[in-house]
Write a protein that binds this ligand. Structure first.
Ligand SMILES: NC(=O)c1ccc[n+]([C@@H]2O[C@H](COP(=O)([O-])OP(=O)(O)OC[C@H]3O[C@@H](n4cnc5c(N)ncnc54)[C@H](O)[C@@H]3O)[C@@H](O)[C@H]2O)c1
Length: 341
């Protein structure tokens, strides 16, 4: 399946096809120097398969995990490009999850003020979310995604077969991001996740529907000045939880928790069983006080206010401009509801 994305910066295609990685050369221009950026948790065979289709491949591998999403990893990628005399005619390909995508994308955005880059997302989270929309960022001074750029890829190649090597926990974290989009904009997708009896078989459709939703949003608002904020559903608290947990929890797991206090009781009645079924936490371990300093750093903060996303009915959302204190109140209310259950 091909999905064409049209943004202010660039138009590009997303290809979703089982086995497509073996034919990457048909989708990307690899007849040049290619810096493949990946991490050491991504099975090496994916990069080898891609490299075998490049005229002059280089593989730059960094240590897996969110802790690598920093200036020194970014700088090492640029050093490798410079050492190999990369020019504006060459390109970067991210192979991996959202961390590899963010690192490769931000390096590509900065090298010579921007060279072409492609994405081969290999986690579910990256396939449904991180690989589309052109956001690239690194963490800085313990603040998530605080330094970065909007920089669109030239193409994205999603091969669902790569998910076969992904561990269950990562898969569930990705599913949470798909469910996040379903809750705010696609009730049918939420039903699919809710009623799936064979997740492996349903994944291509879950990926396709999530991409369609995200495409519609980013095409209308590439630089997150309005509608795109809907994608931040669950992220204010989610990022705060992620920072407070100092890397012990996955991004998708934190978003899964962070969106719960923003749901009405009607929505929670459907979300909680789904979270339990996919072993996502329904209890938020931190107290509001512990999360407050992290919320204050939230880059969506507008003076002292945050545009928060609420879900009153499955498949719809509303924005509300609130203070960090109001978000913590939502959390407190959620804790109380949980206590009474
Ligand atoms: N740019 C965006 O729009 C955007 C959107 C959402 C999230 N993100 C970012 O994405 C990051 C999270 O991404 P993630 O959840 O993909 O994490 P990740 O990139 O750390 O990948 C998770 C783990 O899976 C391993 N892995 C990747 N593919 C694999 C495969 N096919 N088989 C086996 N192991 C594999 C990786 O080595 C890593 O250890 C966060 O930093 C988040 O901020 C960015």
């Amino acid at each position: 399946m091909k999905l064409s994305v049209s943004t202010k910066q660039r138009d590009y295609d997303i290809w979703l096809e089982s086995g497509a990685l073996a034919r990457a050369g048909e989708f990307f221009n690899l007849k040049r120097q290619v810096m493949i950026v990946t991490d050491d948790g991504v099975p090496a065979e994916y990069c080898r398969l891609l490299a075998s289709q490049c005229e002059k491949p280089f593989i730059h591998r960094f240590a897996q995990g969110e802790a690598s999403k920093n200036l020194s990893t970014w700088s090492a990628i640029l050093t490798a490009m410079l050492a190999a005399d990369f020019t504006r005619r060459d390109c970067v390909v991210a192979v991996g999850g959202g961390v590899a995508g963010d690192m490769a994308g931000f390096a590509a955005a900065c090298y010579m003020r921007g060279i072409e880059f492609y994405i081969v997302p290999t986690t579910l989270l990256a396939q449904v979310d991180a690989s589309i929309g052109g956001k690239t960022a690194i963490d800085f001074e313990n603040v998530k995604n605080i330094v970065g750029a909007f920089y669109q890829p030239s193409a994205v190649l999603i091969d669902p077969d790569t998910l076969a090597t992904l561990d269950e926990r990562q898969l569930r974290a990705g599913l949470a991001e798909a469910a996040k989009m379903a809750l705010t904009g696609d009730a049918e997708l939420f039903s699919l996740i809710e009623n799936s009896t064979d997740l492996t078989q349903d994944l291509p459709e879950i990926i396709r529907r999530s991409l369609l939703f995200k495409k519609a949003v980013v095409e209308q608002d590439t630089e997150e000045t309005g509608l795109r904020r809907v994608l931040n559903f669950g992220h204010s608290l989610g990022h705060a939880i992620e920072s407070a947990e100092e890397g012990k929890l996955l991004h998708g797991e934190c978003v899964a928790m962070g969106l719960l206090p923003m749901c009405s009781e009607e929505v929670l009645a459907r979300v909680i069983p789904v979270w339990k079924r996919y072993e996502l936490d329904t209890e938020i371990p931190q107290s509001p006080l512990r999360l407050l300093p992290y919320l204050m750093h939230d880059k969506k903060r507008l003076d002292s206010r945050i545009i928060e996303v609420y879900c009153d009915h499955v498949g719809s959302f509303r924005f509300e401009e609130v203070t960090p204190a109001a978000i913590l109140k939502d959390l407190e209310n959620y804790h109380e509801k949980q206590l009474w259950q």
